[in-house]
Every structure is written in structure tokens, then in C-alpha cells.
Write a new protein. Structure first.
Length: 307
């Protein structure tokens, strides 16, 4: 496979890094697929977010609405109640906070209390006012591939060529948000692993990252603890039958493997539940990429020996 990019790309409003970023997840929800309910209390969520930040998370992503398959939407009032105290405290502690929301009013309120990034799993489709808000705010905007809300999205996991179709649908979203005033340099694209995708679709998208990167914007990959890893890895006892779905808490090694592979391909950010191991993985990937770049830059003699 070709490399996704020669260097880790820049995004407006954020410092450049020589490696893939690591985004830590804080789900302030009772029903998220992996850790729903653990951090529903604002104090617990802040404590967890600080643990991720101190472990080295470049971004702490705070969300108050579960997007697991089948999840029902919460009211704007409830989403606001859940996330704003957490965003405020984490930002005050120095964390770079992203707000994971599909609603413009929630994003606006979160930016007002310290969030610096908007992570919109609907890519602007759920609330057309959200791209306009991001345009006015000038902040980074994660635009994910999305085909519908959680209660119906898996019925739309139908593709002839998933990589080509996700690429084309992301291109349409990119054009749409730019048309709403968002500058291209604000946009990060996310293929939306697990959102209207089955396991085969997810693996194909990970194999096809170069095609998605051809859209010209940085990529974010969110594979952490997802079911396609559990089905591949089987049970903790080593049973690798596809039907032996490893529990979410036992998918850490698979998540780290994806982080390393994605970072080696030049992906801008990986979104994970456990930060430290993925941070190690992306640092290793960056070192390998740097060594490859040095080797490619060294002059060689006619017989192919490095001079």
C-alpha cells in the first residue's frame, strides 16, 4: 500500500506535531457501547478526562449522546446538562477539548466554556446550522461519514464498493461544509468505522485509507473497542471463532494495533478509550516513518549502496 501522506498534516488552530495525535474518549452517557454509565456523573467524567489528559491525550473528546447502534437520541437540554460542566473543567485544567455533538446549540455552548474542536459524527447532516457555527467560530471540525441516526444506521450498511462510496460521500460532505463557509484547513475527515458499516466494511476502509486521504484533508480513525475487533480476536481464552466476540474491555491490544497501523499510514488522529498504549504506538509509527524518510533522502551510489 502507498503511504497516506509524507508528513502528519496541520489543522488550523492546533500546534503541528511530528506524529499522529491521540484523542481520549469521555462518554458522559448511561448507554455508550463500551463504558456507558461509568462517567455519567460530571465529577467522575472530569476525573476520567484528567486521567486521559495526564496520560498524554492530545485531545479529550467529550460527548453526552450515545451513538452506539440502536441508541435513542437525548434531548438538547439533557445533552447540555451532561457535557458543559465537564468541558468547562477539563478546559480549565489545560486540556484541548473537543465537543462530540450533532447539535449547533450544544457546540456553541461548549465552545463558549472552553472547547476548541467540534466533532460531528453526522458531518453536518443532522443539524445544518452546525457547519455555519463552525465557520463563524473558525475552529477545527471533524466531519464523519454518516448515513443516519443510531436507531436506523445499520440498515444502511449496504455498499457495492465501500471505500469508493465512503470517499465520494465524504467528498460531498466536504464540499457542503465548505459551501457553508468552513475553510478547508479547518476540516478533518473521519470514515466512521462502525457507523452504517459491518466488520468487512471497516477492514476495507482501514485498508483503503490512501483513497480517503486523496480528498486532501487529514483523517481521524475511531476503531477503539469496536465490535469488529471483538469478533476478529475472539475470546480471552484464545478462541478465535468469529462468533466468539471478545468483550469491549478485552479489545485493547487490537485497538493499539489499529492505532499503530493508522499512524504509520499518516493518519492525523486516532480516537481511543485508553491513551497511554496508543500514544506509545503512534510514537513508534512516527519513528519508523521518520527513519524511512531519512533513508529515502540519503544519496545512493550507482550500485544502490548508501553513500
Amino acid at each position: 500500500m502507498t503511504e497516506v501522506a509524507a508528513a502528519y498534516p496541520a489543522v488550523v488552530g492546533l500546534a503541528d506535531l511530528d506524529r499522529c495525535r491521540v484523542m481520549g474518549v469521555v462518554n458522559v452517557t448511561p448507554d455508550s457501547f463500551s463504558d456507558g454509565g461509568r462517567f455519567l456523573d460530571a465529577g467522575d467524567a472530569v476525573t476520567h478526562g484528567l486521567v486521559l489528559y495526564r496520560a498524554g491525550a492530545d485531545i479529550v473528546d467529550v460527548g453526552g449522546e450515545s451513538t452506539r447502534p440502536g441508541a435513542a437520541r437525548v434531548t438538547p437540554e439533557e445533552e447540555r446538562r451532561r457535557v458543559l460542566p465537564v468541558v468547562r473543567e477539563l478546559a480549565a485544567a489545560g486540556a484541548t477539548v473537543s465537543i462530540d455533538t450533532m447539535r449547533a446549540d450544544i457546540a456553541e455552548a461548549a465552545l463558549a466554556v472552553g472547547a476548541r474542536i467540534v466533532n460531528d459524527v453526522s458531518g453536518g447532516l443532522a443539524d445544518p446550522a452546525l457547519p455555519r457555527l463552525v465557520a463563524a467560530a473558525g475552529v477545527p471540525y471533524v466531519v464523519m461519514h454518516w448515513r443516519g441516526h443510531s436507531d436506523s444506521m445499520q440498515h444502511q450498511a449496504v455498499y457495492d464498493d465501500v471505500v469508493a462510496e465512503v470517499r465520494d460521500e465524504l467528498r460531498a460532505r466536504l464540499d457542503e461544509v465548505i459551501g457553508a463557509g468552513v475553510r478547508p484547513e479547518q476540516v478533518v475527515l473521519d470514515p466512521g468505522l462502525g457507523f452504517a458499516k459491518n466488520a468487512d466494511h471497516n477492514w476495507a476502509l482501514l485498508a483503503g485509507l490512501d483513497e480517503l486521504a486523496a480528498l486532501g484533508r487529514p483523517l481521524l480513525v475511531g476503531a477503539s473497542r469496536k465490535s469488529f475487533l471483538g469478533r476478529l480476536l475472539g475470546s480471552p481464552q484464545g478462541d478465535d471463532r468469529p462468533t466468539a466476540d471478545r468483550p469491549t474491555g478485552d479489545r485493547a491490544a487490537g485497538t493499539v494495533a489499529v492505532s499503530a497501523l493508522a499512524a504509520a499510514r499518516g493518519v492525523w488522529c486516532v480516537r481511543v478509550h485508553e491513551v497511554a498504549a496508543s500514544l506509545d504506538a503512534v510514537r513508534v509509527a512516527a519513528a519508523v516513518r521518520q527513519a524511512a524518510a531519512w533513508r529515502a533522502a540519503e544519496p545512493t551510489s550507482a550500485d544502490g549502496v548508501t553513500e
